[in-house]
Design a protein around this ligand. Sequence first.
Ligand SMILES: Nc1nc2c([nH]c(=O)n2[C@H]2C[C@H](O)[C@@H](COP(=O)(O)OP(=O)(O)OP(=O)(O)O)O2)c(=O)[nH]1
Length: 141
Amino acid sequence: MTTSVRVVVGGAVLHQGRLLAARRSAPPELAGRWELPGGKMEPGETPQEALVRELREELGVEAEPLERIEGEWPLKPPYVLHVWTARLLSGEPRPLEDHDELRWLTPDRIDEVDWLEQDRPAVAAAVRLLAAAGEPPRQPR
Ligand SMILES: Nc1nc2c([nH]c(=O)n2[C@H]2C[C@H](O)[C@@H](COP(=O)(O)OP(=O)(O)OP(=O)(O)O)O2)c(=O)[nH]1
């Protein structure tokens, strides 16, 4: 028997050395916990299209997905979490839907919010990317 999984696409939105964190307002068991904004892929959508749509609906911004963070994290069945890095093209993120607070976190402050457990590996990977991007260029040998 094959079980079909459904993908939830989360966006690691990176801007000026920071990662965007969003605090869920619902459902009750997840409210108050922090996550990467995003949502369920709809039939016929690519992950990138789903992420662009979700970030537009939830945050009121236009964003560009960049690359997939390797890995897949199980959520409540049948959902699994995939994460893509993304950059803002226009707009200032606002918590329009599903969230009641947003915060831009620098790598050193990433643990100041209570991330959903299932998001932690992807958040750690996003922080590594931010830290690498923030390093000064290496001296040529
Ligand atoms: N968006 C998002 N959802 C996550 C993350 N981690 C995590 O466990 N989830 C869970 C919460 C929800 O049960 C589910 C995603 O649902 P959602 O409510 O964000 O997606 P959606 O906007 O498409 O939902 P819907 O109201 O259309 O049903 O995955 C995450 O980082 N981002």
